[in-house]
Design a protein around this ligand. Structure first.
Ligand SMILES: Cc1cc2nc3c(=O)[nH]c(=O)nc-3n(C[C@H](O)[C@H](O)[C@H](O)COP(=O)(O)OP(=O)(O)OC[C@H]3O[C@@H](n4cnc5c(N)ncnc54)[C@H](O)[C@@H]3O)c2cc1C
Length: 326
C-alpha cells in the first residue's frame, strides 16, 4: 500500500499555519490514492505541538525529538528527517514550502538521489498518475511534474495552495511513535543565531477587517498619502505589494503576500496591484476584493468581486468623497 509522510514544522513549539495546509493536502492525496498517512514532527520540546497534531486524522504521529534539534540547523534537521523517511519508508514525503524546508530538504532529497519538487500549487490525478503543478517564469506558466524513478519523492506546497481549515480532525489509527536519531554534533559546522524578529511597529494586518493595499500602479511614493486618506476614511489598515516594500516606500510589516502577511479581511481594496500569484496568496482570503487597475487584462480582475478599470489617481479621490459622504 502507498504511504505518505507529511513533515510538519514548528518553531518554539508552535506549528506554522503552512504545516496545516500541507497536512490538508496530504490528507486529500492520501484519500485519493487510498494511502496510509503519517505525520512527522522534528524538534526538541514537542509536547504542545504533538498534542495539537494528535487531533488530526492520520495513521500515526512520529516524533523525532532531541536537544540537538533546537535551534534549527539544516544538518541536524536533515538527519532527523532522514531517520523518519528510513523508518516509515513512504513513497511521498510532503512539506510546507517554508524557508526552513527550502534550506534542508534539497540536501535530504539529494541523499536519496532525488530532487525536491518545490513550491507546488496543487496536483491532479491523470491517467492513474499524480501530476504535481508548479509555477515557472514568475507565475506566467504552470508546469506539470510527473514523478519517475524509485521512491521516496519529495514535494513541497506553496503557502496558500491549500486551506488549513480543510484539515480533517480525528484520532490516529495507530499509537504515536518516537523515532530515535543519533547526532555526531562535531560533524555539523554551522551554528544558529537567535532568529531575528521583524520590526512591525504594532501593525498586524492579519487582524484587520478592512485593508486598502497599494501596488506599483500608485506611481510615486508621494501618492501613497492619497491611499492612506482612503484607508482612514474606511477605517482600514494600509497594505502593500512587495515592490513598494523593496523600494523602501512601505514598511515590510505592511506587505501582503507569500513573503508578507496572509490576510483575511472582510474588504480588500487593491489599488494598482497586478495580482501576481505571490500577492494573491496573501490576499485571496478576503471576503470581498475590490480592484482598481488601468489594465482590463490584469490578473487581479480574475480574483476581484468588484473591478474598476481606471486610474487610481482619479478614482481614489472619488472613492474618498463617496465614503466621507456616506
Ligand atoms: C519568491 C517571491 C516572493 C514574492 N512575494 C511577494 C509578496 O509577498 N507580495 C507581493 O505583493 N509580491 C511578492 N512577490 C512579487 C510578485 O511576483 C509581483 O512582482 C508583485 O506582486 C507585483 O507587485 P505590483 O502588483 O504592485 O506591481 P506590478 O506587477 O508592476 O503591477 C502594477 C499594476 O498597476 C497597474 N497600474 C499602473 N498604473 C496604474 C494606475 N495609474 N492606476 C491603476 N492601475 C495602474 C498596472 O496595470 C499593473 O497591473 C514575490 C516574488 C517572488 C519571486
Amino acid at each position: 500500500m502507498t504511504s505518505i509522510l507529511v513533515i510538519a514544522e514548528q518553531r518554539a513549539g508552535v506549528l506554522s499555519p503552512a504545516s496545516f495546509e500541507a497536512v490538508a493536502a496530504a490528507q486529500k492525496l492520501a484519500a485519493e490514492l487510498q494511502a496510509e498517512l503519517d505525520i512527522g514532527l522534528i524538534g526538541d520540546d514537542l509536547t504542545a505541538a504533538a498534542e495539537e497534531l494528535s487531533a488530526v486524522r492520520a495513521r500515526r504521529l512520529c516524533l523525532v525529538s532531541d536537544a540537538e534539534l533546537e535551534p534549527y540547523r539544516a544538518e541536524t534537521y536533515r538527519v532527523a528527517a532522514q531517520a523518519l523517511v528510513d523508518e516509515l519508508e513512504p513513497q511521498l514525503v510532503l512539506f510546507p514550502h517554508t524557508y526552513t524546508v527550502r534550506d534542508y530538504v534539497p540536501r535530504l532529497a539529494a541523499g536519496y538521489q532525488r530532487i525536491l519538487v518545490n513550491d507546488c500549487i496543487g496536483y491532479r490525478q491523470d491517467d492513474g498518475q499524480t501530476v504535481f503543478v508548479r509555477q515557472l517564469f514568475r507565475s506566467k506558466l504552470n508546469a506539470d511534474v510527473r514523478l519517475t524513478g524509485s521512491s521516496p519523492h519529495f514535494i513541497s506546497f506553496q503557502p496558500g495552495a491549500f486551506r488549513p481549515e480543510e484539515v480533517e480532525r480525528g484520532s490516529n489509527s495507530a499509537p504515536n511513535e518516537s523515532v530515535d536519531v543519533s547526532f555526531d554534533a562535531s560533524r555539523f559546522p554551522t551554528r544558529s543565531e537567535t532568529p531575528g524578529q521583524e520590526e512591525t511597529g504594532g501593525v498586524d494586518l492579519t487582524k484587520a477587517e478592512i485593508i486598502v493595499s497599494v501596488g506599483r500602479g500608485i506611481g510615486e511614493e508621494e501618492n501613497i498619502a492619497l491611499a492612506e486618506k482612503l484607508a482612514q476614511a474606511l477605517k482600514a489598515e494600509l497594505g502593500s505589494s512587495r515592490p513598494l516594500v523593496d523600494m523602501g516606500w512601505m514598511p515590510k510589516a505592511r506587505q501582503v503576500g507569500s513573503s508578507g502577511s496572509v490576510v483575511s479581511p472582510k474588504l480588500y481594496v487593491a489599488l494598482g496591484i497586478s495580482g501576481a500569484s505571490q500577492h494573491m496568496i496573501g490576499a485571496r482570503g478576503a471576503t470581498t476584493l475590490v480592484a482598481i487597475n488601468t489594465d482590463e487584462k490584469a490578473p487581479i480582475f480574475a480574483h476581484a468581486d468588484y473591478g474598476i478599470v481606471g486610474d487610481v489617481m482619479e478614482l481614489i479621490p472619488a472613492l474618498i468623497e463617496v465614503v466621507q459622504g456616506s
